[in-house]
Design a protein around this ligand. Structure first.
Ligand code: ZN
Length: 256
């Protein structure tokens, strides 16, 4: 295993090695999942131990995936939008140390950008510019009939099934629901970034969701760093593995 040596290093040595990789890299990319947002207090909505089973009784009879599926949006829009408003409103949530470090690295020219499975817009809030949101975002909405675009408040501040003021069609979030294809442009950009990267930092995802696992496999660059509390299928290929908080690790890394 490639990471055998690193496993014998102290925390300080591993952080130093990470910093050297970041300083050396010409194209570093961060691929992140729900674990990046949980440190801002956002529950992992794809995890059965997370949000779903602590929610109100009215949602308890539904399968977790159903509440965020295209099927639910189409067949029971009132249930979909009630759930969506109650649990996916990240407007007041603040970015954490991980978001801040990544935004700073991009500004300093150390990081090409971020590929994220999260839909909460926290990377942009922290100042990141190149953010490929492969599961879409709650910050944009559009009319399913005339395609008019609406801002984040349009759905969260509405009641019932949101209607387009121009044509009366249903307005929905630009979020990839279960049963839908990933947004092509973001996914293509993400694939290109990861393919061209010489350092890939994977954080807060156990790579169980197909899209992230598929993207990670596009990487053939020099160094792979994984920051995740549980094991991932790519651990054996990683140069460095941290089982700690992403915010703590990224803010402790000193490039160079
Ligand atoms: Zn419309």
């Amino acid at each position: 295993m490639k990471n055998k040596l690193f496993n014998r290093m102290t925390d300080a040595q591993r952080l130093e090695a990470f910093g050297n990789m970041l300083a050396w890299a010409r194209h570093a990319v961060f691929l992140g999942g729900a674990g990046v947002s949980t440190e801002s207090g956002i529950p992992d909505f794809r995890s059965r131990d997370g949000l779903y089973h602590k929610t109100e009784k009215r949602f308890a009879r539904y399968q977790p995936e159903y509440l965020l599926s295209y099927e639910c949006l189409r067949n029971e829009p009132d249930v979909f939008f009630d759930y969506y408003r109650a649990h996916l409103d990240a407007r007041a949530v603040q970015p954490n140390a991980a978001h801040m470090a990544l935004a700073r690295w991009e500004k300093e020219g150390r990081l090409d950008g971020v590929v994220t499975q999260n839909i909460d817009g926290l990377h942009q809030k922290a100042g990141s510019v190149n953010v490929q949101e492969i599961h879409g975002t709650t910050w944009r909405n559009h009319c399913t009939r005339c395609d008019a675009a609406y801002g984040v408040d349009f759905i969260f501040d509405s009641i019932g099934k949101p209607r387009c003021p121009r044509c009366g069609g249903m307005v929905r979030p630009d979020v990839t629901l279960y049963g839908e294809f990933l947004p092509k442009e973001a996914h293509d950009n993400a694939r290109r970034m990861i393919r061209d990267a010489d350092l890939l930092i994977i954080g807060g995802t156990s790579l169980q969701v197909g899209s992230a696992a598929g993207l990670a496999r596009q990487f053939s660059g020099e160094h792979l760093v994984i920051i995740n509390k549980s094991r991932t299928p790519l651990d054996g290929e990683a140069d460095l593995i941290f089982r700690d908080s992403i915010g703590e690790v990224l803010s402790a890394v000193k490039p160079g």
